[in-house]
Structures are given as structure tokens and as C-alpha cells.
Design a protein around this ligand. Structure first.
Ligand code: CMC
Length: 384
């Protein structure tokens, strides 16, 4: 079809763009039939627990795993960009403390677009985008930790030299030296959520980039998309659901109530995967270990009972957000911050997609099938 023609009334409308292949990518493959997720050729099972987020973010952005020297340089670049600049700190402190964390994060990232130290926020060369990506990947956990500290009425903590990406986040949010199990758990969470094909937020970032707009606009828009409960906020909603259930015995009544009210089970179902989300088993195993170590297996056992009950009732598989909920809870992260944790992880994927889109882009501009009235005659205002 000629792209400038209106859509034919017989055109097939693919609502939600379901099944539409919008472009090519070499960043990640979401294989819905085989329930596999691949980053740059590596199955996530190969990476999780073996590669740190620093390595995986390098892989996603640069296309190959780093050598030891490349990793050292990349880690140093990230570490150098982690501290909050005074203007950003002042902005965060000026916002209402109880404001929604994702709204604060969206505002903060948008602000980075006008405080870029080199004064070239709008520059769209690939080198400039890479530099902005390093800055944003490094700063996002610091922003999220600062949001958490301010909500708790605690002083903001600067990053600690020598700690890695995940460890530094835990330090900046919770204070004190984070234990090894917690660091490994968060690192694995960041790795598992680092990228996921053309999901809604990534596609949003690519759409913005396809207009030749700037990196920060693309990431700000992506955060707005992730904020929705059908996407990133499902992890927060899943924790609220577990909290509402409260005990093993309440699982079945909750399931029956939810079915009767025609509501959705948060952390269940997926547009692409026809079976279980390949990230879920890893998150489940980590949540289980954390629950046992904390001597508080309750949230894990409620989750497991719920997983079984929803399967029996509706044959729905869990998705990435389901066991993210108990995992993040066990790490001591407040529920209101959960979706911003997803954003911390996805920053690498979004950035890689902005670079890929910017390097070979065509304006993203689908058609709509008009179904409104036609041939109406204008009626002057005083006659309506
Ligand atoms: N609970 C109850 N029913 C569900 C659910 C669910 N979680 N997911 C799908 N269904 C039902 C839905 O009600 C519908 O039934 P019916 O045809 O009788 O109305 C049918 O399945 C198809 O639903 P759909 O919304 O057309 O399917 P979709 O492919 O667009 O849905 C989804 C994908 C993720 C939006 C949906 O499964 C959902 O709302 N899940 C809950 C929210 C969630 O966990 N989101 C995280 C998604 S994965 C990670 C991420 O992107 O952040």
C-alpha cells in the first residue's frame, strides 16, 4: 500500500499492533513460541548469575561482551557518572516528597536533557547518544535511591567508591555495606530486565528517536510508557496483591473474588510468550533463596500458592513482574519504588534501542482506519 494513501476500509486492523513486525533489531530476541530471551546472541540463561549488569549493559550497547580492559573502562565511566549533580539534587529536593516515584524519575530524566554538562543535550550523533546513555544508566539508580531516601525522610547518600552498580544502589538506598546475596540478587534482576525486544516502552523510545528527536526525550517518553500497570507498574501491583492476600489461606478466596470481579491478576499473562516467561524461573529461585535467608518465606509461599491457583483457575502463566515483587520486597526496597527499579534495569535496553534506531532510522508512522462520520456540513456556532 502506498503509505500516503488513507487505510482502506477493508484493511486489517491489528489492535495493539499484535503480531506486527515493526522493524529488525540485533539487540534482543523475544521468542514467544519457544519462550526464550536472547541478548545479542546469548540466551539469558547463559548470562544470569555469571555476568554483572555492567557487562550486560556493555553487551547491549556495544554488541559484544567486554574484554577485561573494556569492562574496567566501562565500569569506571559508569562510576564517574553516578553522583547526583547539585542542580539535579536541588530539583529532586524541590519536588513534593510524596509524589509518585515514576513521575519524579520521568521529571529527573527530562531535566537531564537540559542540564547535560557538555551543553549538547539535543545532539543526535551516535557518540553523543552513547555518552548520554552512560550518564543516564549510571545516574538512574542514584536518582531512585534519592527518591527512596527522601520519601523515608532520610538524608540522601552519595555513591560509595569501589562498589559496583547493584551494590552501590543498595548502599545509596539502605545505607551500610550490602550483603553479597542481596547484591547478586539485584544484579541478576537488573540483568534479566535489561532488555526485551519491542515492548511498549522501548517502542515508545524508538518512535521518538525516529523523529530525530533527542535521547533524553526518548527515555523520558519510555518512562511514561513503563509507568502503566499493564507494563512496568505490574511489579508494584503484584506486591500490592500479595499484601492484600496476606496469608496462604487467603489465596483461593482472592482468586475467586478476582475472577468474579473480572479483574486481572497482576504479573500474569503476556502478549508474546505462549508459555512461561523465561525470566520468571530465575526470579522465582532468587526470591525463594532471599525469603529463606530472611527467615520470612511468607511472601514467596503466597506467591507460589497464587501461581498454582491462577493456573488451575485460568491457565495463565506468570510473567517477569510476578516474582520480581517478592524479590524486590526481600531486598528491602519499598513497594512504591518497584517500577523505578524496572526503569533502572531497562535503561541499558532503551539506550541500546535509541542507538540502533538513530543509526538507521525511518520515521515510525502507522496508519489508522478512520471509522468516524464523513461529509458533515459545517454549522455556524450560533446555529448549533
Ligand atoms: N489476569 C486475568 N485475565 C487475563 C490476564 C491476567 N493477568 N491477562 C490476560 N487475561 C485475559 C484477559 O482478561 C482476556 O480475557 P477475555 O478475552 O476473556 O477478555 C484475555 O486474557 C486476553 O487479554 P488481552 O489483554 O487481550 O491480552 P494481551 O495479550 O493484550 O495481554 C497483558 C497482555 C500483559 C496486558 C495481560 O496479560 C495483562 O493485563 N496482565 C496483567 C498485567 C501484567 O502483569 N503486566 C506485565 C506484562 S509483562 C512485563 C512488562 O511488560 O512489564
Amino acid at each position: 500500500m502506498n503509505p500516503i494513501e488513507p487505510a482502506s476500509p477493508h484493511a486489517e486492523v491489528r489492535r495493539g499492533l499484535e503480531g506486527v513486525v515493526a522493524d529488525k533489531t540485533s539487540i534482543s530476541e523475544v521468542d514467544g513460541q519457544r519462550c526464550q530471551l536472547i541478548y545479542r546472541g546469548y540466551h539469558i540463561d547463559e548470562l544470569v548469575g555469571r555476568a554483572a549488569y555492567e557487562e550486560v549493559s556493555f553487551l547491549l550497547l556495544q554488541g559484544a561482551l567486554p574484554t577485561r580492559a573494556q569492562l574496567a573502562e566501562w565500569t569506571a565511566q559508569l562510576a564517574a557518572a553516578t553522583a547526583l549533580e547539585p542542580t539535579l539534587l536541588a530539583l529532586l529536593q524541590s519536588l513534593p516528597r510524596r509524589a509518585e516515584p515514576m513521575a519524579i524519575l520521568r521529571t529527573a530524566i527530562s531535566f537531564l536533557g537540559i542540564s547535560d554538562d557538555a551543553g549538547d543535550a539535543a545532539e543526535v550523533s551516535l557518540e553523543a547518544i552513547r555518552r548520554k546513555a552512560v550518564r543516564t544508566i549510571a545516574l538512574t539508580p542514584a536518582i531512585v535511591a534519592a527518591i527512596g531516601r527522601m520519601r523515608a525522610g532520610e538524608p540522601i547518600l552519595p555513591p560509595k567508591a569501589g562498589l559496583g552498580h547493584a551494590a552501590n544502589f543498595l548502599y545509596m538506598l539502605l545505607g551500610g555495606e550490602p550483603n553479597r546475596q542481596a547484591v547478586e540478587a539485584l544484579d541478576a534482576y537488573f540483568v534479566l530486565l535489561a532488555d526485551h525486544g519491542f515492548n511498549a516502552s522501548t517502542f515508545t523510545a524508538r518512535t521518538v528517536t525516529s523523529t530525530h528527536s533527542d535521547y533524553y526525550s526518548a527515555i523520558t517518553a519510555a518512562i511514561g510508557s513503563l509507568k502503566g500497570p499493564l507494563h512496568g507498574a505490574a511489579n508494584r501491583k503484584a506486591m500490592e496483591m500479595l499484601t492484600e492476600i496476606g496469608s496462604d489461606e487467603q489465596v483461593e478466596p482472592y482468586v475467586q473474588r478476582t475472577l468474579a470481579d473480572h479483574k486481572r491478576f497482576m504479573g500474569f499473562g503476556h502478549r508474546v510468550y505462549k508459555g512461561e516467561d523465561p525470566r520468571a524461573k530465575h526470579l522465582k529461585a532468587i526470591a525463594k533463596r532471599l525469603g529463606e535467608a530472611a527467615g520470612e518465606p511468607k511472601w514467596f509461599t503466597i506467591s507460589e500458592r497464587l501461581q498454582e491457583a491462577v493456573w488451575r483457575a485460568k491457565k495463565l502463566y506468570i510473567n517477569v513482574d510476578f516474582y520480581s515483587a517478592s524479590l524486590l520486597h526481600y531486598l528491602g526496597i519499598p513497594t512504591e519504588l518497584f517500577t523505578t527499579m524496572f526503569a533502572c534495569a531497562r535503561m541499558a535496553g532503551w539506550s541500546a534501542h535509541v542507538i540502533e534506531e538513530a543509526s538507521d532510522s525511518r520515521l515510525i508512522r502507522p496508519l489508522a482506519l478512520y471509522v468516524g462520520p464523513r461529509d458533515l456540513k459545517f454549522v455556524p456556532l450560533d446555529q448549533r
